[in-house]
Design a protein around this ligand. Structure first.
Ligand SMILES: [Zn+2]
Length: 292
């Protein structure tokens, strides 16, 4: 698998929908922006898969941000994705993060915030405590509270052929009210048998066939998933000149340049006094153009 994909599927005659996401490059780019401890990489991977699965449920243009915050060694982990499955993310941590840490060891007393931002319309924000032993269980609780739809989520991270991988699946009862408990439980039991090496190494079609060969499954066109930061020199420049002029002068006097670091992709943007003069010039011209 050279590209990352999200697959959505339906079961014939059963009101349950499914999603499968398998990530290599997207995950690798997110965890390579800085030297994350292994448990933080895993957490980011699970959050990444979760956000991709959630973003696939968007019925409009917009983005979803899933973040966990707490008072543990990891204060924040956040992933943001849009309806085109462009994702980015970052985590902040302090001190020692032990191998094999659970989400509670990492986050301490924490909560999860899910923010849905439509390109047009009102934003929605849901907050749930980190209840449950895993991130997947916390998300299942979120769905139960917010959408009242029975949902199961599988989130896995690991390595396949020496490469970091993150993958996951989702099963959800359709909102039409036709999905029966026993149908859902049957599919849940089957999906629960999925192995990491299948999730990381099999093509989606093969994996879905292997799991659900006794069911009638309709698989939609796969959607490509990509890492996209969205930062640029232009945006960073606008942020720099929005600082107070005295502040800019102070930094220039001390450092010789104003530097902005993008936490999502690790890029540094440097602006010296000549760059800043040019930015101000352009900003003034843009203002003039707006007036006329
Ligand atoms: Zn960036």
């Amino acid at each position: 698998m050279t590209k990352d994909y999200l697959n959505r599927y339906l079961f014939d005659g059963v009101s349950v929908r499914g999603e499968l996401v398998q990530l290599g490059n997207t995950y690798q780019q997110i965890i390579s922006s800085t030297e994350y401890p292994a448990p933080v990489k895993n957490l980011l991977g699970e959050l990444l898969v979760a956000t991709s699965l959630l973003t696939a449920t968007l019925k409009f243009e917009g983005s979803i941000t899933v973040q966990v915050q707490g008072d543990g060694p990891v204060s924040l982990a956040v992933i943001n994705g849009d309806q085109n499955q462009n994702l980015r993310g970052v985590a902040r941590w302090e001190g020692d993060v032990k191998e094999g840490s659970s989400i509670h060891d990492l986050m301490g007393k924490g909560y999860m915030v899910i923010t849905i931002i439509p390109t047009q319309g009102e934003r929605y924000q849901g907050v749930v405590g980190l209840e449950g032993d895993t991130l997947a269980e916390c998300l299942e609780a979120y769905f139960k509270n917010s959408e009242q739809l029975r949902t199961r989520i599988w989130l896995r991270t690991g390595e396949f052929e020496g490469q970091p991988k993150a993958a996951g699946m989702l099963l959800q009862v359709m909102p039409d009210g036709q999905g029966s408990e026993s149908d859902f439980e049957h599919l849940e039991t089957i999906t629960d048998t999925v192995k990491n090496e299948e999730l990381f190494g099999l093509e989606a079609q093969d994996l879905l066939y292997r799991l659900y060969h006794q069911e009638e499954v309709k698989v939609f066109e796969p959607q490509e998933v990509n890492f996209e930061c969205g930062c640029s020199r232009e945006r960073s420049g606008s942020a720099v000149i929005s600082l107070h002029p005295d502040e800019i002068e102070k930094i220039l006097a001390e450092e010789g340049k104003v530097s902005l670091h993008c936490d999502y992709c690790g890029t540094d943007y440097d602006f010296d006094s000549i760059d800043i003069a040019a930015l101000r010039e352009n900003a003034t011209e843009a203002d003039d153009n707006q007036v006329h």
